[in-house]
Design a protein around this ligand. Structure first.
Ligand code: GRF
Length: 191
């Protein structure tokens, strides 16, 4: 299935998908200078540079993102470190076909911009990573895959973040395959 990936940060999840041979046909970003966008350019993957300042509203930007992905025949969208909430034009354009990777065991630490730091501060013995379908409810769409990560006594935000990232790199490919299989069985779900 043709994947469109939305990024705002380093892009390690994007790189992992490309390295595993997933068919990433387009990358969209709200931060054209981010590491994920640089990686995509280096691999000659078309990059949609969709900074908010170029548009009159979030909705206009999201309509442009939808059209950009459609122009590359994207069938499934992966939010891999994308730091904005999709608005209606995008959610409706790709309903049931957008997934997000979040660095905690949702519903714990949902809606947080730094769920790893929050987990460490709160003293929980276990955190993890989640891949879920994106719906109007921020971080609350149906879960496709999760992996627990133990919090160690000597963990720093960096060391814990590294292990959470490793978990993300394992579950995101799995979740994509799960959703691809579901969509192949009943494509209407995502229309
Ligand atoms: C990941 O931790 C993801 O869960 C969160 O943003 C981070 C992106 O990392 N939404 P990367 O850009 O894929 O390295």
């Amino acid at each position: 299935m043709k994947l469109g990936v939305a990024v705002s940060g380093k892009g390690s999840n994007l790189r992992n998908l490309v390295d595993l041979g997933f068919d990433v046909v387009a990358v969209a970003t709200n931060r054209p200078s981010c590491g994920g966008a640089a990686f995509a350019r280096q691999r000659r993957i078309p990059v949609g540079e969709l900074s908010l300042k170029r548009f009159a509203s979030e909705e206009a930007r999201d309509a442009a993102m939808r059209d950009f992905f459609r122009s590359h025949d994207v069938e499934l969208v992966v939010d891999a470190g994308y730091d904005r909430i999709h608005t209606r034009p995008f959610l409706e354009g790709y309903r049931g076909r957008i997934i997000n990777v979040h660095p905690s065991l949702l519903p714990e630490f949902g809606g947080s911009m730094d769920a790893v730091e929050q987990a460490l501060r709160s003293g929980v013995p276990v955190t993890g990573a989640t891949v879920h379908l994106v719906t109007e409810d921020l971080d609350a769409g149906p879960i496709l895959a999760q992996e627990a990560v133990e919090v160690r006594d000597n963990d720093t935000v960096e060391s814990l973040r590294r292990r959470v990232h490793e978990a993300e790199h394992r579950i995101l490919p799995r979740a994509i395959r799960t959703l691809e299989a579901r969509l192949a069985e009943s494509p209407a779900v995502g229309q």
